[in-house]
Unconditional design. Sequence first.
Length: 79
Amino acid sequence: MSEKDDRLIVLAGGDAVYVFRPDQDETAQAQQAVLDVAYPADETARFRVAPDRWPAAEAALLAESPDLTIVDVRGAGSE
């Protein structure tokens, strides 16, 4: 039996980063498939981050790439 992973799911592809709740794995997988088709030359990055660490991660991403678009879909309905 595996432990529940409460970390956020984060996808990065093209010029955007998408943030999902832990219970939105199916939605994240679908978005990753879209990114893989939209940016075939780039590999979509997928990682997990603790919710309390996300603000620092977001700040670091925007400091490195100010034109990056952050799409926070955590407010969408649960699966």
